[in-house]
Design a protein around this ligand. Structure first.
Ligand code: PAF
Length: 292
């Protein structure tokens, strides 16, 4: 695996590989890799000749009071894990390489409207503009055939798919199912922030989704009833504070009154100071993301 930090280096490398007729898969990450990221990498490796993974903690997608400065970083550990997962090229640029003019001085952005204002967008203004902009930059730098994203960030996937569709971007998006710890907690780099009691409390997210699935399986179709049941379960956990619980159309993220597939049941909950997200996709045949 080659580790590169400069944009011209990664561009040249990928161009050479493409000239040899190789297909390129891109796995964008912010590092501190866990099994969820490694699954994306292995998935990409199974489908493409070459896998380019990126590690870049993107300041543009963090709010002023968020965790950019303390976001976990460990390039040594990440490079070993990425190499073992089959990554061929690891692109890990410093902030000055991606934003030479300073990210605060950026003048051009990619803005996806409406769907970025709901769910996480409501409490993280500007977050999805930062995501859409950096993902566009990575697409322009690497020019992948296919890019891989985790269903854990369900809204991010909808935003990126919409951006690619509306702007005719020349890349196919593949979504990979959520990877969970054995007890149900969705894998996230932010799980390292959780103290032992919080780690236990964090199970309320997957438990609430499990409850929603049971109710859907039993025929419940009222979004309000699902949300009320999930809220009640989470409110019983003293360390948990709900940011949102949403039942929406999986493509538009518009809130539903009556659940119809494909629907996204999504939630964001603060456990202590750590904000966690999780979701389940309710699909046509009523099987849900491999979660439970
Ligand atoms: O999902 C993430 O880790 C980030 O939002 C992404 C897609 C790498 C953009 O910074």
């Amino acid at each position: 695996m080659q580790i590169v930090t400069r944009i011209d280096e990664v561009k040249n490398l990928v161009r050479q590989l493409r000239r040899q007729g190789k297909t390129i898969g891109l796995v964008p990450t912010m590092g501190y890799l866990h099994e969820g990221h490694l699954t994306l990498m292995r998935w990409a490796k199974a489908e493409q000749d070459v896998v380019v993974a990126t590690i870049f903690v993107n300041p543009l997608q963090f709010g002023p009071n968020e965790d950019f400065a303390v976001y976990p970083r460990d390039l040594d550990r990440d490079s070993k894990l990425a190499a073992a997962a089959g990554v061929d090229v690891l692109f890990a640029p410093p902030v000055e390489e991606m934003y030479p003019q300073g990210y605060e001085n950026m003048l051009a952005f990619v803005d996806v409207r409406k769907i970025t204002e709901r769910l996480c967008g409501a409490s993280r203004p500007g977050h999805f503009r930062g995501v859409a902009t950096v993902v566009t930059k990575l697409f322009n730098i690497v020019e992948p055939d296919v890019a891989y994203f985790g269903q854990k960030d369900a809204q991010q996937v909808v935003v990126i798919r919409t951006m690619v569709r509306d702007l005719n971007m020349n890349v196919r998006i593949v979504t990979v199912p959520i990877v969970r710890e054995p007890d149900g907690l969705a894998m996230s780099s932010r799980n390292v922030y959780l103290a032992p009691a919080e780690r236990q409390a964090a199970l309320v997210l997957s438990r609430a989704l499990k409850l929603a699935k049971e109710k859907l399986d039993a025929g419940e179709r009222s979004a309000a009833a699902l949300i009320a049941a999930m809220r009640e379960l989470i409110d019983r956990e003293p360390l948990a504070t709900i940011d949102y619980i949403s039942v929406s159309d999986a493509a538009t993220l518009e809130e539903l009154d009556t659940v119809r597939a494909p629907a996204l049941v999504a939630l964001a909950v603060k456990i202590g100071r750590t904000r966690l997200i999780d979701n389940l996709l309710w699909e046509e045949k009523q099987h849900v993301s491999h979660a439970f």
